[in-house]
Design a protein around this ligand. Structure first.
Ligand code: GDG
Length: 480
């Protein structure tokens, strides 16, 4: 690649922020859903930077292209790598282990080999793409080896790494057969960012325990003598843009239509999650079933809407979860639904940003009850969408968002009785109380949006503030 076309700012993530779609006019690209994409798109747009990632699909990658002022550089993943690097080591080893082992992590040596090979490919691409003295920001658990690999090839770069999911306590992390490689991989960065201070502490403690390093405050001197910063930078949403979508007349009329279609219930309880076992969907359904059985809630006064976006459908735990959730929904509707009025409206589909916003508008109670979650942007999107300041957010203590959204109705989702009781309390809460809580959380999200997150991280990485400014008005509203 000629020096002149190299990029001063590069994001490296497992996925490109786009999906290939087929329209009447042929194939095209559009922005895809997902927390990472939601968070980084505005920053990239402002930087006119380059995003390196997998474009979806097996085998050869499309040629680099640009979309919405971003250069996109697709990296290929082959069928065996999708099985071993992606579904295997990333999503059946690291994902469950980092989420408190809520499902048993599996370890296979050939998964690790593939993880290394794919990390090498991403690192090579970043080394080719970044301009001299440029900044490379590596994202998430699929690419933890990239910082050290890249540093070896390009010591001139400033390298950041951000982990979107939790970083586990030492007792769990030490189970990982390749724990030293992962720690050293991360230490290749100048700044390692986490969602919570606890996660940063877990990491720093492990550098002492496993590598004999001596962390001081947020800093640790790596084995090559560099100072590495490990700190929390809690991610957030593009608050202004979420508010704008929620305030649009089209979304309002869609919300009115939806409420009518649901039979104008007094209370709508909403869940919006990727269909993932960390999200606590089964437990939430169970709580609702018991509330119906106890006569504390009844159909058609109260209905639940559960959007479960399809996710990782070839991974065994996810197949099993889908069966369990769908059995539970069937059971609840069989026992408590009425003709034309199911108790649970279960939607195993992806929606547009506007459709999601309309759902947020009709949700009297938003149930966000993961067993463990790095942050959870859905909780923040719900709050920001409630322009009328009413509504009740039920939020798990184990979501990173609980540290930011302190006025939510917080709950331990493992405690079924507590979950039932908080759902009842939230549903019955007086509107003045709801307004007080939502208002204060909305205020918080205004000051702590995704721009604030990106700026905090990049400032720590030594990138001047002007370079991270962006205008959220550039974000197209219909591009998800
Ligand atoms: C990981 C971490 C962390 C969902 N369904 C649709 C759709 N979504 C959007 C939501 C939200 C995002 O996807 C989901 O983000 P979450 O934060 O809730 O969860 P994860 O996907 O698990 O994200 C998480 C996040 O990374 C960011 O760091 O918060 O802890 O696990 O924005 O609105 N968007 C559209 N259609 C859907 O059907 N358009």
């Amino acid at each position: 690649m000629p020096e002149s076309s190299k990029s001063p700012f590069v994001v490296v993530a497992n996925r490109l922020p786009v999906d290939r779609i087929t329209t009447a006019d042929g194939q095209t690209w559009r922005r895809s859903p997902g927390g990472l994409v939601t968070a980084l798109h505005p920053v990239l747009q402002a930087e006119a930077g380059c995003w390196i990632g997998w474009a979806g699909g097996e085998g050869e990658a499309p040629a680099p292209f640009s979309l919405d002022n971003m250069q996109l550089s697709p990296v290929p993943l082959y069928a065996d790598e999708l099985r071993n690097y992606y579904e295997g080591f990333s999503n059946a080893t690291l994902w469950p282990l980092y989420h408190d082992a809520v499902e048993q992590p599996a370890f296979h040596r050939h998964w690790w080999k593939s993880y290394e090979e794919v990390n090498r490919r991403f690192a090579d691409r970043a080394a080719e793409t970044a301009a001299p003295d440029g900044v490379v920001w590596v994202q998430d658990y699929q690419l933890q080896l990239v910082p050290a690999m890249l540093r070896k090839m390009r010591p001139d770069l400033r390298i950041g790494f951000f982990l979107h999911i939790p970083f586990p306590p030492a007792e769990l992390f030490v189970q990982l057969p390749k724990r030293l490689d992962i720690l050293r991989g991360l230490l290749g960065a100048d700044v390692v960012g986490f969602q919570s201070p606890g996660a940063a502490q877990n990491f720093l403690r492990l550098t002492r325990q496993l590598l004999g390093l001596k962390p001081r405050g947020h800093l640790v001197e790596a084995e090559d003598g560099r100072q590495v910063r490990a700190e929390a930078y809690p991610i957030s949403i593009d608050t202004v843009s979420v508010e704008r979508v929620a305030g649009s007349p089209a979304v309002h009329s869609h919300a009115e239509r939806l409420r009518k279609e649901l039979g104008n219930p007094k209370t709508v309880i909403l869940g919006v999650d990727r269909l993932d076992y960390t999200k606590g969907i089964e437990q939430r359904l169970k709580a609702f079933r018991e509330l119906l059985a106890d006569g504390e809630m009844s159909v058609p006064d109260t209905v639940m809407v559960q959007v479960a976006t399809p996710s990782r459908e070839r991974v065994e735990h996810y197949k099993a979860l889908r069966r369990t959730v769908e059995r539970e929904v069937g059971r609840i509707n069989g026992d408590y639904g009425r003709l034309g009025v199911p108790a649970v409206h279960y939607l195993h589909q992806s929606y547009s940003r506007e459709e999601l916003a309309a759902l947020y508008l009709i949700a009297d109670v938003m149930a966000v009850t993961p067993f463990r979650d790095g942050m959870n942007l859905v909780a923040k999107e719900y709050v920001a969408s409630r322009l009328s300041n009413d509504g009740a957010l039920v939020l798990s203590e184990f979501a990173g968002a609980a540290a930011d959204l302190k006025q939510a109705f917080q709950v331990n989702p493992h405690d079924l009785d507590a979950l039932k009781s908080v759902l009842l309390t939230a549903a019955a809460s007086p509107v003045e109380e709801q307004r007080r809580r939502i208002k204060s959380m909305r205020r918080y999200l205004r000051g702590h949006d995704v721009k604030h997150w990106a700026r905090g991280f990049l400032t720590a990485l030594g990138v001047p503030e002007t370079a991270t400014a962006y205008d959220s008005d550039n974000t197209p509203e219909t591009s998800t």
